[in-house]
Design a protein around this ligand. Sequence first.
Ligand code: F6P
Length: 296
Amino acid sequence: MSPYERYSSSNSTVPVVDNRNSNVALQDTDEIFQLPLGVPLIDTPNGRVLYITRHGESMYNLENRIGGNPSLSNRGQQYAQKLGQYVNKNLKFDKVWTSELSRTLETSAHIKDIEKKRIMKPELNEIMSGIFDDLSYEEFKDQSPIEYKERELNKLTYRYPEGESYLDVCSRIEPVMSEMDTGENLLVICHQAVIRCILARLQRTPAIEIPYIKVPLHSLLKITYLNGQNTVEVIPLNVACVSTYRPKTDPTLLSGLGDSKLELKALTKVSSELKKTSLESPKINTNKLKADEREH
Ligand code: F6P
């Protein structure tokens, strides 16, 4: 059982955080916030380098849409070409892992000998957004304001109806994590939510911060394990793109959605709790990240 399944399985021995039909957001005193992420890194060799990137900008990224199986935009195609050039010139990968979705396959297309190196992993598919797949965030909010609010309040544990939560994704990726811990010459091309879970697992990020880790498009992440910790260097490949980062919403701004006296009371309490929680992503090379954000 992965460290996450304890919290998401219905057979759990600790109280399951079931956010469905709940009006209350998690608080930073809840046990889930202290979730120890990942197993000890004893098997990771000193100096192990792993590369990860998101797919290139997709047509859905342009429209602020969730999930689906869109193709790359023109700029996303440019990123795929740039990635291919960069990898072919500077790096040597024995294996390139992608998800099963078109946008990651398209992103891998210009890497030399890709057909021999590519392995599709269902574990790397983007978080499943269930009945809200393909909607824009605005459409999601308009069509199901209560569900939207539930997710904004408890993004870590919110499970899309017929879909997944971040904790589900953290469990799902566990079987492929050991190879990322120890493997060499591996490039992983996948998706925003999945990479957040991978980075959190590699860097011991507190669980509550996972859904807010910044993972810019059109950048390669170089993850080096040295002396007991993984550090992340962000290498922007300088192809313009949208930002898909969505900061945490102030809970008080959600009070108009499906409000009730009880709900407002809970939200006020949650608001003050959340202000105590730092959402900075640790150990990311922030200088490079800021430069990247300026460019985009
Ligand atoms: O917006 C791009 C995307 O990969 C979506 O497909 C996915 O639903 C989303 O990111 C996950 O990010 P968040 O949890 O911030 O909604």
